[in-house]
Every structure is written in structure tokens, then in C-alpha cells.
Write a protein that binds this ligand. Structure first.
Ligand code: ARG
Length: 260
């Protein structure tokens, strides 16, 4: 063996030993890697989840809330945009960890997924064109054409109307567009989203009629087997309610303090 090779080998052993020593107990503490919470949402439901035109980021009440919840848990959020009716299947398949999508807690859904504690009080209302004076409430919908978002509580409600022709759309904005175009007589959808549409998102020629048809609670859904995540989310939610962060986010999007 040449001298050069030997010294190389010796050096090599030293480097290796030094490296191994570095792997020992007193390695400088690296910050724990933040876990990523994969969250599914149908991001066309302002003001809960929608895309900022400029930044292309997903924004809204739900988006701020889930980010705050994840932060409490030491995680960051990765939002996956998908159709509303694909959210529960995606949870069941393990493609996402959680959904936040203005999703109403229902018994039927609760058989398939776990829901967090309620985080927002909502309900359904009827939207019609401003010039329509015939539809004043649920009874007047009989025999009418109603647009809804597929897989929603609004769709369930519309199907209860006698002789109505219910047309299902992939997203709520598409249902509103159909109302504007005259293809349907009414939309049944969540009140805060209807409020926002009429005030902020091009629905000046639409109005809401009648009393809210339902009272509903939104919840964050997780897979049935992942009870640990559900507990963590509930704990974080409690914390955000205690420390005032929840109220801040609520006021940012709704302009008022949450009703007690
Ligand atoms: N709250 C209604 C439901 O759970 C509608 C939710 C629709 N959400 C959405 N992001 N498009 O059925």
C-alpha cells in the first residue's frame, strides 16, 4: 500500500469517527420539524374559503381559523381544493387529514367522519332575483326550479319542496349564475354566503326572502380512526376561543363579535 493511500485511509477513519461522534447525544438541538396538516376544502364559498384574485391564495374565515388551529398544534396547513362532495371520500381514503369547508355537522355525515366541536352557527336561506315578488318563503317554492350545490344541506332542503325541479351544481357560484341567467327561480344556500354574495360578490340583482329554513353548525371533519387529531383540533379551538384569537378572526370576516 502506498503511503498516500494509508494516510488517506487514516484520515478517512478520523473523519468517520468525528462524524459519528457528532451524531451522539449532545448534537445541537434542531427545531422539531413542523408537521403539515393536509386540509381539503371547496374553495368557492366566500367568505369562508375563496381564492384571492391577486395572490391566488386561499383566504376566508375557515382558512384563517384552520391556520390558527394548526399553529396551536405546531403544524402548518396545506390546502387542497376539491369538490365539496369529494371531501368526505378524500378523508375516508386518507388523502387529506381534515376538512374545513363550512361543512354542517349532520348525523349522516357523522357516521362516516368525526366532527370537531361546532365552530360557526349557520342556516339556510332562499335567494331569488330582486324583481321577483312571487317567492316570499319556502311554501312559494312549490313547483319552482331551484339551484343548489351538490352534496350540501341546501340540496337536501330543496328536495323537500313539493314538485320542485332541483338542479345541482358543483359550486355555489355556479348556482348563483344560473339564477342570474334566469335558468332557475331560486337558490337555497347558507345564509352567510348568500349575504356575502349579495353585498360583495356581484349579487346586487338578488335578494334573500323569508326566515332561515334551518339552524346548522359547522364543524371540522377528520377521519373516523384519527380520534387523536380530532382531540387536538378541539383543544386548539378551545384555546383560540379563550385567548381571543377566534373572536378576532370572526370580526375580521363578519364585522361583528360572535353571538354568545
Ligand atoms: N353548510 C352546507 C353543507 O354542509 C354547505 C357547505 C358548502 N361548503 C363549501 N365550501 N362549498 O352542506
Amino acid at each position: 500500500m502506498s503511503k498516500k493511500l494509508i494516510s488517506c485511509l487514516v484520515l478517512g477513519v478520523f473523519v468517520l469517527a468525528a462524524g459519528l461522534a457528532g451524531c451522539g447525544g449532545q448534537k445541537p438541538a434542531e427545531p422539531a420539524k413542523a408537521t403539515v396538516l393536509k386540509v381539503g376544502s371547496d374553495t368557492a364559498f366566500a367568505p369562508f374559503e375563496f381564492q384571492d384574485e391577486k395572490s391566488k391564495e386561499f383566504i376566508g374565515f375557515d382558512m384563517d381559523l384552520i391556520k390558527a388551529i394548526a399553529k396551536q398544534m405546531g403544524s402548518t396547513v396545506e390546502v387542497q381544493s376539491m369538490n365539496f362532495d369529494g371531501l368526505i371520500p378524500a378523508l375516508e381514503a386518507g388523502n387529506i387529514d381534515a376538512t374545513i369547508s363550512a361543512m354542517t355537522i349532520t348525523d349522516e355525515r357523522a357516521q362516516k367522519v368525526n366532527f370537531s366541536k361546532p365552530y360557526y352557527k349557520s342556516g339556510l336561506t332562499i335567494v331569488v332575483r330582486s324583481g321577483d315578488n312571487a317567492i316570499k318563503g319556502f311554501k312559494d317554492l312549490e313547483g319552482k326550479r331551484i339551484a343548489v350545490q351538490i352534496g350540501t344541506t341546501g340540496s337536501e332542503e330543496a328536495k323537500k319542496v313539493k314538485d320542485a325541479q332541483v338542479r345541482e351544481f358543483n359550486t355555489a357560484p355556479e348556482a348563483f349564475m344560473e339564477l342570474k341567467a334566469g335558468g332557475v327561480d331560486a337558490v337555497i344556500n347558507d345564509k352567510p354566503v348568500n349575504d356575502y354574495y349579495i353585498k360583495e360578490a356581484g349579487g346586487k340583482d338578488a335578494k334573500q326572502v323569508g326566515e332561515p329554513l334551518t339552524s346548522e353548525d359547522y364543524g371540522i371533519a377528520t377521519a373516523k380512526k384519527n380520534t387523536e387529531l380530532n382531540e387536538k383540533i378541539n383543544k386548539a379551538l378551545d384555546e383560540l376561543k379563550k385567548n381571543g384569537e377566534y373572536d378576532k378572526i370572526y370580526e375580521k370576516w363578519f364585522g361583528t363579535k360572535p353571538a354568545q
